[in-house]
Design a protein around this ligand. Structure first.
Ligand code: ZN
Length: 60
């Protein structure tokens, strides 16, 4: 299972608000887009636990 976290560097909108990525192909902040007309690229990363497990699997 792959868990993505994301947050907008401009307004702070992120996965805590929606719980998941709404559109995997267009990773921009919908708040900044709708309210300001700006296309702010969301900062995305995997859950630390998932990344650590993957690193352990690759090292084995
Ligand atoms: Zn934003």
């Amino acid at each position: 299972m792959l868990i993505f976290r994301f947050q907008c560097p401009e307004c702070g909108f992120g996965d805590r608000e929606v719980g998941h990525l709404t559109d995997e192909g267009e990773i921009h902040c919908i708040v900044c887009l709708e309210e300001q007309g700006r296309r702010i690229r969301l900062r995305c990363w995997e859950e630390p636990e998932q990344a650590r497990l993957r690193l352990a699997a690759e090292a084995a």
